[in-house]
Write a protein that binds this ligand. Structure first.
Ligand code: URP
Ligand code: ZN
Ligand code: ZN
Length: 463
């Protein structure tokens, strides 16, 4: 079956041009201004639309046990919501419970995903314990296409690993070519500040943010980079939230160190005041790192523009307000940490980035699709509109107006962090490996059609 996307404005990280895109089966066959209608079984007219590589969200937590509960979207509802927003690939996090083998965690996450995923997915492995076999396990994971590992410098006694473990893991990736993703916050210091706050009776959601200073983030970013340099490995800082932390990344990159970092729409568009909402609604904005003061926001946008930050992901980790966030009603440390966003990333970054004149169209594609594909070993299969790439394509209507709301979104969560945000520009039609899975607000895909993406170690981005 050949599908032709006719007369759209093809936008890649390299350039923008009016062209037709011919798809044969699951792959892109030709991108050209030539008339190829005689070769097509089906024609999709894209006049006036942008034709872009499908979005790639490399930071999601679907069906994840965390904070005494489980994230509200599973692989079916989460990937379906992603498709509505123009995202065609995710990389989710499997967790190695302490004392277990990574292989078991990988099997568990494959089971969660295989009959449910509506779009393609890769997996990172959260390493909690290197134990006796951990380093060999990391090599085995790389062979299985798990080309990245997340380590936590926060959450002592739950997920945090010590510097020795971090350094050993970094040293291993210097050899096996995987990428360490670092949750960079000084968890030991934060725990002391949190204990003081609780002792003073400070239990409301706002104290989640007030007990996690930006210096706790920047110190950990600095330490992570230093350890990576000593190990001779690249490092990727996840969900970077503050100017302080960004300065550490910029300083290292200016020295030529292979450090990469992502931020997320919530850090670009929301600030600490959200946690002061009355009636416990501040809990909707409890995640780590926390929202920061307003001055940080334009610095992060500059970071995206100037390539000090390379990726925008979501850190989608939804918990319902009514029956999950409420667990922390009397103690902010018991509020499950995380927020929803998998559906709205492209809308928000397009509107506040491209429409606002902060980002070019090509930079938008690079940040939301091409750079994540490169860094995480999926390029050029994903993140590109080029012959032989997967036909993962979003046909984007740049003119349509849309209001974000929990009443209309598709994520399985009872609130939106961006409730009432008005954007211009949205996904009109979404193709995943050549199949139209969403068209004009109607989902046409199916659970289980999404495939596991075996990722390559060392995408080459730092060479
Ligand atoms: O609060 C957050 N970010 N929850 C998800 C887990 C993580 O640290 O990414
Ligand atoms: Zn994290
Ligand atoms: Zn996360």
């Amino acid at each position: 079956m050949n599908t032709l996307i006719r007369n759209g404005i093809v936008v890649t990280a390299r350039n923008t041009c009016v062209a037709n895109v011919l798809i044969e089966g699951e792959l892109i066959m030709e991108v050209s201004p030539r008339n190829m209608e005689h070769r097509a079984d089906k024609i999709i007219d894209a006049t006036g639309m942008y034709v872009m590589p499908g979005g790639i969200d490399v930071h999601t937590h679907l069906d994840m046990p965390f904070g005494g509960t489980t994230s509200a979207d599973d692989f079916e509802t989460g990937t379906r919501a992603a498709a509505f927003g123009g995202t065609t690939t995710i990389v989710d996090f499997a967790i190695q419970p302490r004392g277990t083998r990574m292989r078991d965690a990988l099997d568990t996450w494959w089971k969660k995903a295989e009959e449910k995923a509506c779009i393609d997915y890769g997996l990172h492995m959260i390493v909690t314990d290197l134990g006796a076999c951990g380093l060999e396990d990391m090599d085995e994971m790389v062979k299985e296409g798990v080309a990245s590992f997340k380590l936590f410098m926060a959450y002592p006694n739950v997920l945090m690993v010590d510097d020795a473990t971090i350094f050993k893991a970094l040293s291993r990736t210097a050899k096996n070519g995987a990428l360490i993703c670092m949750h960079a916050e000084n968890g030991s210091v934060i725990d002391v500040i949190v204990a003081r706050a609780l002792a003073e009776g400070k239990t409301a959601p706002i104290y989640h943010a007030l007990t996690r200073p930006t210096r706790a983030e920047s110190e950990a970013v600095h330490r992570a980079i230093a350890m990576a340099e000593i190990a001779g490995a690249p490092v990727y800082i996840v969900h970077l939230s503050s100017e302080d932390a960004l300065n550490e990344v910029r300083e290292a990159r200016d020295r030529g160190v292979p450090v990469f970092a992502e931020t997320c729409p919530q850090y670009l568009l929301l600030s600490i005041e959200e946690l002061e909402r009355p009636n416990f609604e501040g809990a909707k904005y409890v995640f780590t790192p926390p929202l920061r003061t307003k001055e940080n926001l334009p610095k992060l946008w500059d970071g995206l523009k100037d390539d000090h930050l390379q990726v925008v992901s979501t850190d989608h980790c939804p918990f319902c307000f009514e029956d999950q966030k409420i667990l922390g009603k009397d103690d902010f440390t018991k509020i499950p940490n995380g927020g929803p966003g998998i559906e709205n990333r492209l809308q928000l970054i397009y509107h506040h980035g491209v429409n606002a004149g902060m980002l070019s169209l090509s930079r938008f594609v690079e940040l939301t699709s091409t750079a994540p594909a490169r860094l995480f070993g999926m390029y050029p299969k994903k993140g590109e509109i080029f012959p032989s790439s997967d036909a993962d394509i979003v046909i984007w209507d740049p003119k349509v107006a849309y209001t974000i709301s929990a009443a209309t979104h598709h994520m399985r969560v009872d609130y939106s962090m961006f409730e009432g945000f008005q954007v211009r520009g949205n996904a009109r039609t979404v193709l995943s490996r050549g199949e139209v899975i969403m068209d004009r607000g109607v989902f046409l895909g199916a659970p289980g059609r999404g495939q596991y993406v075996k990722r390559k170690a060392h995408g080459g981005a730092w060479k």
